[in-house]
Design a protein around this ligand. Structure first.
Ligand code: BG6
Length: 487
């Protein structure tokens, strides 16, 4: 079904995110017939382009970022006709800003989405300029990209500034991991199947692992990334959101604010990692030069032209959720850039059976593991034990029950942004973060930042193309556990 007619304004309209994700997502929704004829897309940035120049640029980028099977000359041409460009400094309201005002004035009653795909320090100033120009109505929504701020105080300031212009119900704080199909499937897996939920607690689960490994380096984003690092860029938002979805209590329904309340409760139950605890519960590291797929790749500092940066490109953590369900069940998190492969997964490691009826076979009784693969090759796999066929008595053999989405559900898996951008237009906030959630995530993240600042965890190094620093293995192995290696 089509969404309502909308003017969708992207600040940072010529930037990396707009080109790689936002415009391709809107294009794919258009191809599916979801955008009504009156849906307009306006790019705003300081680039000196006119409408035709912008359409030309977007056309070239779509060619690179949209799957070839979805590209058609007619569809692209009709999508490009929706596009407009305004060359302006949006924080100052200078340049061709009046062109934006005039354009939006053509359809005063239409839903307006202002997507802020720019530096978070500009969220407040741009909101104010929008309000001063009379562009904000009750039908307006603002989308804020992560990370919101660099710590709790800056996040509060940004939320306050945006809050002076937009009501909380108009603010959509995006975390694109929540739009990933495999992440949404996690809720279905937990709450639409009878099998798992009765076991989903400390009496049956030994620990949980969440890994988001990337083979990409900081690359062209090194400027932004160096002021951020993996803890702020990935853990504060994406990994904590995944942890929340695994750990939260069942909401009564997804139609109200239930999911967000339950996630907030998890964030508030996270044990702060202060002082000395950071030495045993956290590992931070940075990649050095190495090799990936047989090709040499530079180290992080080389990408920064040799600057003396200690910014972490890898983090491993042991997080603890202090509530009745999860007491004593560690959540091991790790994420890093320039690792040997792109691989994201959640591993739920069950406890061993309490008693073996086959004396002597205990060492081969590997406990069950549920592996939820987020990307690539979305799927779910349950590691179990079966009898090794043969007449010579009982021998145990590991077997897998597997669901590979691509095999069983051959539909194209949409990109996270496709779902989330349409949710903004429809006004559905379930998969977006509320202010209190973002701030609770900062409270916990900040405990680690402070401990690191106070020197409680050294910065390790790892070669690009490896699986991270040795210290990340030590973190989990000193608890007698191992990172999941099975593919
Ligand atoms: C972004 C981070 O939010 O997520 C990037 O800023 C990271 O550093 C990206 O590369 C990973 O997203 P995905 O969807 O490719 O896993």
């Amino acid at each position: 079904t089509q969404v309502v007619p909308c003017d969708f304004v992207v600040f940072g309209g010529t930037g990396d995110l707009a080109m790689r994700k936002l415009l391709p997502a809107l294009y794919l929704r258009d191809v599916d017939g979801q955008l009504p004829p009156a849906f307009r897309i306006v790019g705003v940035s300081r680039a000196g382009l006119d409408n035709d120049g912008y359409r030309g640029k977007v056309e070239a980028e779509l060619g690179t970022h949209v799957p070839a099977a979805a590209l058609s000359a007619t569809a692209v041409a009709s999508f490009l006709r929706r596009l407009h460009f305004v060359s302006a400094d949006a924080a100052a309201g200078s340049g061709d800003w009046q062109k934006l005002v005039d354009l939006l004035a053509e359809a005063p009653d239409r839903t307006r989405v202002f997507y802020l795909s720019c530096a978070p320090r500009l969220y407040g100033p741009i909101s104010r300029t929008l309000a001063n120009s009379g562009l904000v109505s009750e039908q307006s929504r603002v989308v804020l990209e992560k990370p919101i701020g660099v710590d709790l105080q800056s996040a509060r300031d940004i939320n306050d500034q945006v809050g002076e212009v937009f009501a909380e119900s108009q603010v959509f704080r995006i975390d694109h991991y929540l739009g990933k199909e495999a992440v949404q499937n996690l809720l279905v897996l937990r709450f639409a199947n009878m099998l798992l939920e009765p076991l989903w607690n400390a009496s049956a689960i030994d620990h949980v692992q969440i890994t988001v490994a990337e083979s990409l380096g900081a690359g062209q984003r090194a400027g932004y990334y160096d002021g951020s690092g993996a803890l702020r860029d990935m853990v504060q938002n994406h990994l904590l959101q995944l942890l929340c979805l695994v750990a939260m209590e069942p909401p009564a329904s997804v139609t109200d604010d239930g999911v967000r309340y339950e996630k907030l409760k998890v964030l508030r139950a996270l044990q702060p990692v202060t002082g000395q605890l950071a030495a045993t519960h956290t590992v931070r590291a940075q990649y050095e030069a190495g090799a990936l797929d047989g090709r040499p790749v530079p180290g992080y500092r080389d990408e920064l032209d040799g600057a003396e940066s200690d910014t972490e490109t890898f983090v491993a953590l042991k997080a603890e959720v202090h509530n009745l369900r999860w007491r004593g069940v560690p959540f091991y998190l790790r994420t890093g850039k320039r690792l040997d492969a792109r691989r994201s997964e959640i591993v739920v490691a069950f406890k061993p059976v309490p008693h073996s009826i086959w004396p002597g076979l205990e060492p081969t009784m590997t406990p069950n593991r549920l592996v939820i693969r987020l990307q690539p090759d979305e799927g779910v796999r349950l590691h179990m034990l079966a009898k090794q066929p043969g007449p010579g008595g009982i021998q145990l053999r590991p077997v897998n029950l597997g669901l590979n989405f691509a095999d069983q559900i051959p539909d194209r898996i949409p990109d996270a942004y496709e779902r989330l951008l349409m949710d903004v237009v429809r006004g559905n906030p379930t998969l977006f973060m509320r202010r209190d959630e973002v701030e609770a995530a900062w409270v916990w993240t900040e405990s680690i930042l402070h401990a690191w600042r106070d020197g409680h965890a050294p910065v390790h190094r790892y070669p690009a193309g490896s699986d991270g620093p040795t210290a990340a293995h030590t973190l989990i192995e000193s608890d007698g556990r191992h990172w999941n290696e099975d593919n």
